[in-house]
Every structure is written in structure tokens, then in C-alpha cells.
Ligand binder design. Structure first.
Ligand SMILES: [Zn+2]
Length: 371
């Protein structure tokens, strides 16, 4: 069957992400989406007509999913710059994990606003790329896992408001998409699939976890490679997705499953992730691609830049222009040892594929979720 022309793709972001955030010693204090915007502009991939500035979600919008007392506590903590002990314990804010920093409330509500806008664009038949989205651990009443709000939930709610009856959510971040799964656990309009590293925080998303109505979980062992992802896509994720017959697709595409990420032990190349995303986007004409985790600035910026390139129909260059190489060379990250910075993280966009045999535990995982 001939493939139809790809839908128009839009890039949603904001300069709010250029501000220093998360304090000094946090895995998210590295350059992330601002670097993706910069590299895309250097490659000539971010014209005015495909870029949309992310609005901020206002408080009434946030209350659609989050509890009023939590939203109020977060707003107050942000303006005061401190929290009392009970507030810290109750809402998990002002901790090492979910620190307070200037502009926190604005930044978090901008990510929600961006995901709502992404859904509005998807409803128009576009593919919306919102790399600052993907805060998939956020809970109605507390922060969790570096996430204060849960923007993927808002993207899905907006699609449902727009009359979509079946939303597929696929989470390819190295961590279980627990907050999104739990938000829709008893709503059969939303089917969630999460592929994540086993035995890693938040330790949920076991292979037999199917939520109340519709979820599938594929926990994978360390060293998870490109061939194994392709196997799981072909033998589990895509068949399950097609059977659900979604009318819209929301993806969380963290880069922490890539080889070289300091917080997980999976070994995917960015090309494998791009292919997996593309295969899911063929299911419908209404697509939202969110970011997510990712703690190595080189692999993250290259992956999401290349992902935008693929979504917007660009050809990935073999070698990056010198200005882009200089930009990547200047990045810093305390969590990545200087000796571990690979030459091709500076000179190229596409990683070399990590093709290895498919291990039996991967085959068993696919079998279990299909049973
Ligand atoms: Zn993650």
C-alpha cells in the first residue's frame, strides 16, 4: 500500500526552558530542550511556520487533574522559595528529587499548556512534537520522579474532549509510565503500553500489570538492544495497538533508554527509537510525540533533534555541520565521565545501531503481554 504524505508536523516549545532549573546537582539541570531548539535551528529545521510557542496552563486547567490543595501548595512554595516540613512530606516538593527552584510553577504549567496545545494540533490532523512534555510520573496530589504535573494526562484529556473515543498511549522512556497508566486505569477509552527497564524505579509496571481496564507493561532487562526493541514492536506493541484501533496516539519518548544514559542501563540507538515512533505514528493521523526523561545531554539533544528531523521530513546528515559540532563539544554534564564522551556524539546525529541477538526473556515478555 503506498504511504500517504506525512501529516504536517509542528514543534511546540518555549524559551522558558532556557532558564536554569532544578538547581545545580540534579540530573535535569543539564541542557535539554533548549539544546534541541538550538541544534534544529542550526540545521535549518525550525522555520517560523512550524514552531508554536507553548502557552501556560492556567490554574483552572491544572485542576482538571491535579488537586487544588497541591496546586496551591506548589504555587506558594515557588513564590516563597521554601516549604515547611509537612508540606514537603505531603506533596514531595522541595526534596532532592523534586527540588524548588525559581520559576518552577511557571515551567511546570508551561509543559502542561504545551501538551494541551499539542492535542489541539493533533485534533487538526497534525503531528505535534512537544519535547518538554512527558512528565509521566506526576500524580494528582503530589510530585514524583522529577515531575510536578503530568502533562501527558492533559494531552489525553484534551483529545477525549475533542471527541476522540480511543487514545493509545505508548511510553518508551526507561521508566514505567506509572502516573499516566494510573490516571486512566479504569477508563477504557485509553490504552496504555509502557516499555521500561525492569527492577528500576518506580518498580511498578510488571509484566502481569494490566491496570483495571486496559494497560500492558513490557519490563526489559539491562542491555536492551535495537533488535530486541524491534522484536517487541513487531510481536507485541504494534499488534496490541492495531487491535485497539486508536483514533489518536500519544507517545512519551524519553531518551534514557539510549546507550550512554547515566540513569539507566539500556542500550538502544536513537535510530531504533525513531523507527519505533514512526511505526506507531502510521496508525492514525492524529499524533503527539512528547519528550520524557534523558540525562545525557549529547544523546538527548541528538535524539530529539533527529526525531524532529524525521517527523518533519528532513534527511539526517551523515556528519553534522561544524557549528553544530562545536555546540555539542561545549556541552557539560557531571553525570557523564569525560572519557565516556564518544566522538560520534559530537560529529553525528544518528547513532550506530546496536543489533544483537534477541534474548529469551524478551520473547517471553512479548508472549506474556499477548496472552
Ligand atoms: Zn525515565
Amino acid at each position: 500500500m503506498p504511504r500517504s504524505a506525512p501529516p504536517q508536523a509542528v514543534f511546540i516549545c518555549s524559551d522558558v526552558y532556557r532558564k536554569q532549573a532544578f538547581g545545580k546537582n540534579h540530573p535535569l539541570s543539564i541542557l535539554r530542550v533548549a539544546g534541541v531548539m538550538d541544534l534544529c535551528r542550526m540545521l535549518g529545521w525550525l522555520d517560523e511556520d512550524c514552531y508554536l510557542e507553548s502557552p501556560r496552563a492556567d490554574t483552572p486547567a491544572l485542576l482538571r487533574f491535579h488537586d487544588p490543595d497541591y496546586v496551591e501548595a506548589l504555587k506558594r512554595a515557588d513564590s516563597k522559595g521554601s516549604v515547611e516540613r509537612e508540606v514537603r512530606q505531603k506533596y514531595r516538593i522541595g526534596t532532592m528529587e523534586n527540588p524548588l527552584f525559581p520559576g518552577l510553577f511557571r515551567r511546570a504549567s508551561t509543559a502542561v499548556g504545551g501538551s494541551i496545545l499539542a492535542a489541539e494540533q493533533a485534533l487538526l490532523g497534525r503531528t505535534a512534537f512537544h519535547p518538554s512534555g512527558g512528565t509521566h510520573h506526576g500524580r494528582p496530589d503530589r510530585a514524583s520522579g522529577f515531575c510536578y504535573f503530568n502533562d501527558p494526562v492533559f494531552a489525553i484529556l484534551t483529545l477525549l474532549d475533542g471527541g476522540i473515543e480511543r487514545v493509545l498511549y505508548v511510553d518508551l522512556d526507561a521508566h514505567h509510565g506509572d502516573g499516566v497508566q494510573d490516571a486512566f486505569a479504569s477508563d477504557d477509552r485509553v490504552f496504555t503500553i509502557s516499555v521500561h527497564e525492569e527492577k528500576r524505579w518506580p518498580h511498578s509496571g510488571l509484566v502481569d500489570d494490566r491496570a483495571v481496564v486496559a494497560a500492558r507493561n513490557l519490563p526489559v532487562p539491562r542491555g536492551f538492544n535495537d533488535t530486541e526493541l524491534e522484536y517487541l514492536m513487531n510481536h507485541a506493541v504494534l499488534p496490541l495497538s492495531r487491535a485497539f484501533a486508536p483514533q489518536a496516539v500519544v507517545l512519551t519518548c524519553g531518551t534514557d533508554a539510549l546507550d550512554g544514559d547515566p540513569l539507566s542501563r539500556l542500550k538502544l540507538s536513537n535510530q531504533a527509537l525513531w523507527r519505533a515512533v514512526e511505526s506507531l505514528l502510521e496508525l492514525t493521523g492524529r499524533n503527539i510525540v512528547l519528550g520524557g526523561g534523558g540525562y545525557n545531554p549529547w544523546t538527548l539533544i541528538r535524539c530529539w533533534t533527529g526525531l524532529w528531523g524525521r517527523l518533519s521530513g528532513r534527511v539526517i546528515p551523515e556528519v553534522l555541520p561544524l557549528a553544530a559540532q562545536t555546540y555539542l563539544q561545549a556541552l557539560e554534564c557531571d553525570l557523564v565521565d569525560e572519557d565516556d564522551i564518544r566522538a560520534d556524539w559530537i560529529t553525528t546525529l544518528a547513532d550506530r545501531p546496536t543489533h544483537r541477538p534477541v534474548r529469551d526473556e524478551i520473547k517471553r515478555c512479548a508472549e506474556a503481554v499477548m496472552a
